[in-house]
Design a protein around this ligand. Structure first.
Ligand SMILES: [Ca+2]
Ligand SMILES: [Ca+2]
Length: 228
């Protein structure tokens, strides 16, 4: 009996020794998923879970973990906030965003876990939710239209309801930054807004629909134009 105990102890020592410093039983910290907020969605440089201009997609964003043995993140998704979550994807530990493509106009809920090289898995993150709406369609300025007025009149159409607001973004291609943003109520017709005088140069614009306080909206495609 005693001999067996000693052998077991020896075997355990050999096992521990062979793994050396690679043994790491600490799971990573829970990832910090950045939720959609009205505040971060209306900055010149947005952050957090959000719509994107290019497609009917939701961008999930998080703060990267700092553990040296971090391997990957696994993202889970459901159409309900408390049940039905299934694994959506696994991304490398070096990533801090994931674009969930080809979505319907329903509310999606996401959470994620972090996993290290030995398979230790973190506790789940908090849940971020978002619902896409249809996109506004930019009308004027049209694609690569040349304008000579100081102030730019933006106009678009939208097949949604009268609730919520639009945020027009004017981006200078020369300065590589957002130079102006303007608000329009969704009930206004026509849907439009006017910028203050802008200098000559190349620009692009888009319009974001924001269902205030509901983690819900869309971003139109970017439309480039010239002011001469
Ligand atoms: Ca670890
Ligand atoms: Ca946004």
């Amino acid at each position: 009996m005693r001999r067996a105990a000693i052998l077991t102890a020896l075997a355990l020592l050999v096992f521990l020794g062979s793994c050396g410093e690679n043994i790491d039983t600490d799971p990573p910290q829970s990832p910090l998923v950045l939720p959609h907020t009205m505040e971060t969605d209306t900055l010149a440089v947005e952050s957090g879970t959000d719509a994107v201009p290019e497609c009917n997609c939701i961008l999930i964003e998080w703060i990267r973990n700092t553990e040296e043995d971090l391997k990957e993140y696994e993202i889970f998704r459901s159409g309900h906030d408390t049940s039905g979550f299934v694994s959506l994807t696994i991304v490398a530990g070096t990533e801090s965003t994931y674009l969930n493509r080809d979505l319907q106009f329903i509310r999606y809920y996401y959470y994620m876990v972090a996993r290290d090289q030995l398979g230790n898995t973190s506790n789940p993150s908090g849940i971020a939710d978002y619902r896409l709406t249809s996109k506004a369609i930019p009308k004027t300025p049209a694609k690569w239209e040349t304008l000579y007025a100081d102030s730019i009149g933006f106009e678009w159409t939208w097949d949604g309801g009268l609730e919520g607001v639009f945020l027009t973004r004017l981006f200078s291609l020369d300065e590589d930054s957002t130079v102006w943003m303007g608000w329009t109520n969704a009930y206004e017709r026509p849907l439009r807004c006017y910028s203050p005088p802008v200098s000559a140069g190349d620009y692009k614009w888009r319009v974001d629909y924001i269902a205030v306080g509901q983690n819900e909206g869309s971003e139109s495609i970017w439309t480039p134009f010239c002011r001469r």
